[in-house]
Design a protein around this ligand. Structure first.
Ligand code: EPU
Length: 333
C-alpha cells in the first residue's frame, strides 16, 4: 500500500505516514467523500494546519481529512459590527490580516498564531488577553453521516483552550465554516504583558500598529516552525487553588499568577519550567526552547516519542518541585 507523508501537515516536523489522505474544497466535495464510503474503510481524523498536534506513531492506518475551504464572505453588517463567514481551511493569520485591512476590530491580538480557522475554533486559540471564542457567533459543521448542524457559540462550551469539538464523541464532526462577529468601532486590549509599552514607539494606536507589535513580540519569543519544529505552547498554564498559590509563595515569592476567580489563579507554566531548570535543555532530539520554556522543539529528526519523553521528564520535575501538574495543550495522536 502507498502511504502519504504527514510531514507537511505538522509544524513539529515529525515524519509519520497515513494510509489515506483526503482534502475537500467545498461542502459538496465532503458530501461526495461521505457518499463514496471514504469513512467506512478505516478510522479517520480531521487535521487542520497541524500546528497543535503531536504524531506519536510512525504509521497511521487511518484516513486523514483536511478542509481547504478558504472562502470568506460578509453575511451581515450594520454601523456597529460586521459578520463574516469563513471557510475552516483558511489560514488563521490571513483572516486576521483581512480584518485589520478592513478596520474590523477584535482579531488583532491573535495575529500570527499558526494554524487554520477551523482548528482555531476547536482549540479556542488565545493570546495577549484575547480568545477566539470572543469573536465567534456560530460554527457550521457536517458529521460523518452528512448531517449539517450549526453550533451557536454558547453551545460550543468554550473554555481556556477547550471546546465541545475536543470531546472524543465529536471526532465525527467536521467544521465547514466559522461565523465571526467583528467590531467596527475602535476597541483595543493592550494591558497584557508589554503590549502597551511596545506600542509607545508609534505616534498613535491603530489596528495595524497593534498587529505589528504582536507580530514582533511573537517573533522575538517563539521559534519559527519552518526553522525549528514546534507546536507553540506545549503545556497549558495550570489553574490552581488560591490557597495553594499563597502557600507556594512562601517558598517562591516571585511566582507570577493571573487572576481566574475568587478561588483560583493561573500560573505561567513557562515560569515553572524555567525555575525547574529546563529552559534551553535538551533530551536526545527534543529540547525546551531557550527563549520561551513553554515551547518544546524538535532539534532535528525527532520522533514523537522523543517529544513525549521530554514532556514527561519536564512534567515530573515540575510536580516534584512545585506539586503542580502541568497538562499538554498540544493534542497527542
Ligand atoms: N515565563 C518565564 N519563563 C519562560 C516563559 C514565561 O518565566 O520561559 C513567565 C514570565 O513571567 C511571563 C509569564 O511567564 O511574564 C507569561 O509568559 P508569556 O506572556 O510569554 O505567556 P505564556 O503564559 O507563556 C500564553 C499562551 C501563549 C500566548 C501568550 C501571550 C498558553 C498555554 N500560552 O503563554 O499561547 O501567545 O500567553 O498571550 O496559554 C500557544 O497557545 O501556542 C501560545 C503561544
Amino acid at each position: 500500500m502507498e502511504y502519504h507523508s504527514l510531514l507537511p501537515y505538522n509544524t513539529f516536523g515529525i515524519e509519520a505516514e497515513a494510509a489515506d489522505f483526503r482534502e475537500f474544497a467545498s461542502v459538496e466535495e465532503l458530501e461526495r467523500l461521505i457518499e463514496g464510503g471514504t469513512f467506512l474503510a478505516r478510522p479517520y481524523f480531521c487535521i487542520g494546519g497541524g500546528s497543535n498536534l503531536l504524531f506519536t506513531r510512525k504509521r497511521y492506518d487511518w484516513t486523514f481529512l483536511h478542509s481547504t475551504i478558504k472562502t470568506m464572505e460578509v453575511t451581515y453588517e450594520n454601523r456597529n459590527w460586521v459578520e463574516v463567514r469563513v471557510g475552516g481551511g483558511m489560514v488563521w493569520d490571513d483572516f486576521v490580516r483581512h480584518c485589520v485591512d478592513n478596520h474590523w476590530y477584535g482579531a488583532e491580538n491573535l495575529s500570527l498564531i499558526p494554524g487554520e480557522v477551523g482548528a482555531a475554533a476547536v482549540q479556542n486559540i488565545g493570546a495577549y488577553g484575547a480568545e477566539v471564542c470572543d469573536l465567534i457567533d456560530s460554527v457550521e459543521t457536517m458529521d460523518v453521516m452528512g448531517r449539517k448542524r450549526i453550533y451557536k457559540a454558547v453551545e460550543c462550551a468554550y473554555a481556556y483552550r477547550d471546546s465541545i469539538f475536543k470531546r472524543p464523541n465529536m471526532k465525527s464532526v467536521f467544521i465547514l465554516y466559522v461565523n465571526f462577529r467583528l467590531n467596527k468601532h475602535p476597541f483595543f486590549r493592550l494591558d497584557y504583558g508589554n503590549v502597551r509599552q511596545a506600542l509607545s514607539q508609534y505616534d498613535e494606536v491603530t489596528l495595524a500598529h497593534v498587529r505589528q507589535v504582536i507580530v514582533d513580540i511573537r517573533r522575538s519569543k517563539l521559534p519559527d516552525p519552518a526553522r525549528l519544529g514546534n507546536a507553540g505552547s506545549f503545556f497549558k498554564n495550570p489553574v490552581i487553588l488560591r490557597s495553594q498559590y499563597k502557600e507556594l509563595c512562601t517558598s517562591f515569592p516571585d511566582m507570577p499568577c493571573y487572576e481566574v476567580d475568587a478561588d483560583h489563579v493561573k500560573v505561567p507554566a513557562g515560569w515553572l519550567i524555567e525555575q525547574a531548570g529546563w529552559k534551553g535543555k535538551a533530551l536526545v532530539r527534543a529540547a525546551v526552547h531557550d527563549r520561551q520554556a513553554l515551547v518544546l522543539v524538535n532539534r532535528g529528526g525527532a520522533e514523537g516519542a522523543d517529544i513525549v519523553a521530554l514532556a514527561r521528564a519536564v512534567q515530573k520535575t515540575v510536580v516534584d518541585r512545585f506539586g503542580i501538574e502541568i497538562e499538554p495543550e498540544v493534542n497527542f495522536i
